[in-house]
Design a protein around this ligand. Structure first.
Ligand code: ADP
Length: 468
């Protein structure tokens, strides 16, 4: 069983670790993916806009040169003025078909004029219909052969090559216009958005990683908490088993010692009697401790079964007084309960648990009182019965009162050192009182005495609530 638990805890930790690493990789990856996607999309859109601009330019050129396509001088003038209008235009050429080849009739690159070119690219472009153009990215051009006719593919500097046939006013295809349009603006814009995005990307990735690292620590705490609860449950189980196992031999020891003391095994000397009496006191002490531990484990494991009924607590208080009278007498203390003095009504409780509660509270009154008395009384207040146990004992400081209902808490002073106790009684008492919908308060003054107040709602208020 222990092995299974350990395996389970281990696989839990492994799962949490894997989940943490998965998120640590996934979140930055998603942020990076998102940035790359947005920038690429932006780049594509701007590039398309540039391509359209080149096409528009080619169409405008085609429209304005319809009537002077034969006038190379005029064409050269237009080319030069168009080129000077925008730094994005790298070059402009007009080629005329000449048998199987093309001849440059006008160009912004003067040394190209009159050059004859035989290139498949221009032939394909020349076969386009009116107003249609062949638009190609230089990167694609470079992939084919690095140089197309007149158009040099410049290192790393991207451009669009747009070639369009030119028609005269009689719709005869006369020449071919070739425009080289720089993509530098687009690429620079893209680069600058990359630079600014990189900073926010690094920052958001860092925040995501820090956040995840912090939450991994929280997972660590969660698994630690789980482990603590498991260990706590194992401790409860151990205490429960150990206490059960100890109870049987203690009962046997008590029985035999009692029989020896009452002479069942023959006459005993005074010395043996005093020794046996000490053994008896210690066994009783041990039995009390075991009983308290068993009660704690029953409460913590939710194994307390309540047998609730409406009852007049007079008899239970009477039984408690009867059982504790000899103890009080032994200490020369008065133990008073005048049942006839005040009014009493039924309360809704488990009689055995009520007895346990009162035995502890009245027992404490006797235990922690040197001189004087312990007085039990009750009164009806706000539809509840208040049972008061007042002693003239050692009392306690306000600080100690605050910790009174903690498990294993005992006031440390010269007097309490000599009193047998576990520090569990009031914790158990409070749990039982609360289980039966009651309340318990203890007021005390050092050197003057203490008063415990155990309050339960009257049975009639509970039954009337139930019947509603
Ligand atoms: P214990 O077994 O030590 O009596 P309890 O839980 O019943 O354990 O009480 C806790 C501590 O509260 C005691 O050790 C004692 O110091 C203090 N105490 C409880 N009742 C009284 C009282 N009537 N007068 C003074 N001190 C008290």
């Amino acid at each position: 069983m222990k092995e299974k638990r350990a395996q389970h805890a281990f696989s839990d930790v492994r799962f949490q670790l894997a989940y943490g690493i998965f998120l640590m990789v996934l979140i930055p990856f998603l942020i990076i993916f998102n940035t790359v996607f947005i920038i690429n999309q932006y780049n594509k859109n701007t590039d398309i806009a540039l391509q359209r601009q080149a096409l528009l330019l080619a169409r405008m050129f085609s429209a304005t040169t319809k009537n002077n396509l034969q006038d190379t001088f005029a064409l050269q003038g237009i080319l030069d003025s168009v080129k000077s209008s925008s730094p994005d235009i790298l070059s402009l050429h007009i080629l005329a078909p000449d048998s199987d080849e093309f001849r440059v009739v006008a160009s912004t690159v003067l040394e190209n004029i009159n050059t004859a070119i035989n290139d498949n690219y221009y032939s394909i472009a020349f076969h386009q219909k009116e107003n249609n153009a062949l638009a190609t990215d230089s990167v694609k051009l470079a992939q084919i052969n690095g140089k197309i006719g007149l158009e040099l593919v410049l290192d790393e500097k991207r451009f669009w090559l747009v070639s369009m046939p030119l028609y005269d006013s009689q719709k005869n295809k006369i020449a071919l216009l070739s425009i080289q349009m720089s993509s530098m603006v687009v690429d620079e814009l893209t680069n600058s958005s990359w630079r600014s995005s990189l900073f926010s990307l690094a920052l958001s990735t860092l925040i995501a990683v820090l956040f995840l690292a912090a939450s991994t620590r929280l997972w660590g705490y969660a698994s630690l908490y789980k482990k603590i609860r498991q260990v706590d449950a194992m401790k409860d189980e151990f205490i429960s088993i150990a206490s059960h196992e100890l109870r049987t031999p203690i009962t046997a020891m008590r029985g035999y010692v009692a029989m020896m003391l009452d002479g069942s095994y023959g006459k005993i000397t005074k010395n043996v009697r005093s020794g046996l009496e000490r053994v008896m006191t210690s066994t009783k002490r041990l039995a009390g401790l075991i009983e308290d531990l068993l009660n704690v484990s029953r409460i913590e494991q939710g194994r307390v079964i309540l047998n609730m009924k409406s009852l007049n607590p007079k008899n239970v208080i009477g039984e408690v007084v009867g059982e504790l009278e000899p103890v009080a007498q032994e200490k020369h203390l008065g133990l008073e309960y005048s049942s006839s003095k005040s009014k009493i009504e039924n309360i809704y409780v488990d009689p055995d648990k009520l007895k346990e509660i009162l035995l502890n509270v009245v027992g404490n009154g006797i235990k922690y009182t040197k001189h004087g008395s312990v007085v039990i009384s009750h009164e009806i207040k706000d539809y509840s019965l208040e049972i008061k146990v007042k002693d003239t004992g050692i009392g306690m400081s306000a600080e100690d009162q605050g910790r009174l209902f903690e498990k294993f808490f005992r006031v440390q002073n010269d007097y309490t050192k000599g009193v047998v106790g576990t520090g569990l009684g009031l914790w158990i008492t409070k749990q039982l009182v609360q289980m039966m919908k009651g309340k318990i308060y203890i007021e005390s003054m050092e050197g003057v005495g203490s008063q415990a107040l155990v309050i339960f709602p009257l049975a009639k208020t509970i039954t009337s609530k139930k019947s509603k």
